[in-house]
Ligand binder design. Structure first.
Ligand SMILES: [Zn+2]
Length: 495
């Protein structure tokens, strides 16, 4: 009894230790589930300044940001491409630091406003207040490594109502009602490698998908979006406000650097991403995942028995507003009308033997008009061996048969007859034609006698010499042929 009690007690202690350990290291919660992580882009929200009693508020805040992101083009078309998680970690106090007004809070990531002298600039260490990586970013990285090593996008929410945010390897935002727009802009940086399109100081100029110093039309990286009638550089006048052009003022420089559109979310919050930025964001999505989510058979080398058919199937990704284009191929040639998610193939559709079955899937969204790396397309191929049937019902499958269904005489094992001999294309076309001269006469009798008894050549196709179809060539075949030609006997046969 006492021993059993001790074991139970130990188990209880272990259970308490495990649960308290899990709590101190954060709690993972999936708030958007569209599929396996390796087939999706995984967004993770962290929070600073949420007390242990505020876990549900944190999840609600994260969901609010997430839902907002999916109202913005192009993300609205691709919600199905994402999973989202929260990792909750409690802080001792609610809110974060505001050093400029002497407000300090004991929070898990030591988050703060007023970074580097800018009130709305939100950061965690290392920063100008606390140089220790371990006090901020180090904790973020530890939590990600523990709970979601395959994260793709990190958003840290400050439980603080003052307006503020920042970008970088992770996006940080307060929960101010307008902060959702900051997150969308920061996601443009961290996820799309987009540059700031505004011209006031804030960083270093750089060439980017949406910023350039290039003014030669043909060399502008978004030239494919610029109408021939639009001048470059483009005047900042109303006829051009809604067009893509080359507008001066970008990446912290009022002159010498250019942006694609008069206004864009990478310049001003509250306006949509421009076409150039949208295109780039969609390409970024497809650099994380394939438009072809899964396929079956999973093995790309398969054998299909003669009496059955094979269903090839794919599951494409599903954007919200447009479908994906699907095309199936047989031996690299497109199969007309085969554009659905399944393809059924059997010997009714192909000759026996090896064939390549392949499928191509692509996103035809009008938001991407230039995709030289084919990021929006993917394909898969199967090497399928269709086993041979016995088409002429002679007891031999077509691959060892010697009869006219041979597709490639002299090229493959179809040209071996059932006795294992190499046949010619006419083999068995004329039963009894042992010398293969396309006639059945006394010369075939002579040929067989020479073969059997004088060391002569064997019939080119043994079947043609096997006149009585007993699968051997001997005196009986000679007798059979003489009987046929000269005594009104039955004609030679062929297996
Ligand atoms: Zn833009």
């Amino acid at each position: 009894m006492s021993r059993r009690f001790n074991i139970s007690f130990v188990i209880l202690i272990i259970a308490v230790l495990i649960s308290s350990t899990a709590f101190s290291q954060g709690v993972l919660n999936k708030i958007l589930d569209n599929g396996p992580n390796n087939k999706r882009i995984n967004i993770v929200f962290l929070g600073d300044g949420y007390t242990s009693a505020q876990q549900s508020q944190f999840d609600a805040d994260a969901l609010g940001f997430l839902n907002y992101l999916f109202t913005i083009e192009p993300f609205d078309n691709y919600e199905n491409y994402y999973n989202a998680y929260t990792i909750f970690i409690a802080s001792n106090a609610a809110g974060v630091d505001h050093p400029a007004t002497g407000v300090y809070k004991d929070t898990y990531f030591n988050g703060t406003f007023d970074s580097y002298g800018i009130t709305r600039l939100t950061t965690i260490p290392p920063n100008n207040f606390d140089g220790s990586y371990a006090n901020g970013m180090g904790k973020v990285m530890n939590l990600l490594a523990t709970h979601l090593p395959d994260y793709d996008m990190v958003i840290l929410l400050f439980n603080d109502l003052e307006y503020g945010g920042s970008g970088g390897s992770i996006s940080i935002s307060s929960v101010h009602s307008s902060a959702t727009e900051i997150v969308a802009h920061e996601v443009g940086h961290s996820f799309g490698n987009l540059a700031d399109e505004y011209d006031y100081p804030g960083g270093s100029a750089r060439e980017a998908p949406n910023a350039t110093a290039q003014t030669t039309r043909e060399l502008i990286r978004w030239n494919h979006w610029i109408l021939p009638s639009t001048p470059v550089p483009t005047p900042e006048t109303s006829p051009y406000f809604n067009l893509i052009g080359l507008f001066e003022g970008a990446v912290y420089n009022p002159t010498g650097w250019y942006r694609p559109k008069y206004s864009c979310k990478m310049q001003s919050l509250g306006v949509p991403f421009c076409s150039v930025c949208s295109e780039q964001l969609i390409k970024s999505e497809y650099s994380y995942l394939s438009p072809l989510e899964s396929y079956s058979p999973v093995n790309n080398v398969i054998t299909i028995p003669a009496n059955s058919s094979q269903i090839f199937e794919i599951i494409p990704m599903y954007p919200t507003f447009n479908s994906l284009d699907i095309q199936w191929y047989l031996d690299m040639a497109p199969l007309s009308g085969e554009n659905s998610e399944t393809l059924e193939m059997s010997l009714n559709d192909v000759n026996w033997g090896n064939h390549t079955i392949s499928v191509e899937v692509s996103d035809n969204t009008s938001l991407v008009i230039n995709d030289p790396s084919n990021l929006l397309m993917d394909s898969f191929s199967w090497n399928a061996y269709f086993e041979a049937a016995d088409t002429d019902n002679d007891g031999f499958t077509d691959d060892i048969d010697n009869c006219p269904e041979i597709p490639n005489p002299g090229q493959d094992n179809a040209d071996f007859d059932a006795l294992g001999d190499l046949c010619d294309p006419y083999c068995c076309a004329i039963a009894g034609d042992a010398n293969n001269d396309y006639n059945v006469n006394i010369l075939d009798v002579v040929f067989l006698i020479t073969f059997k008894y004088k060391g002569g050549l064997e019939p080119n196709c043994l079947y043609e010499g096997d006149a009585n179809t007993d699968t051997s060539i001997d005196i009986l075949d000679i007798v059979y042929l003489i009987s046929f030609k000269y005594k009104g006997g039955p004609p030679p046969g062929c297996l």
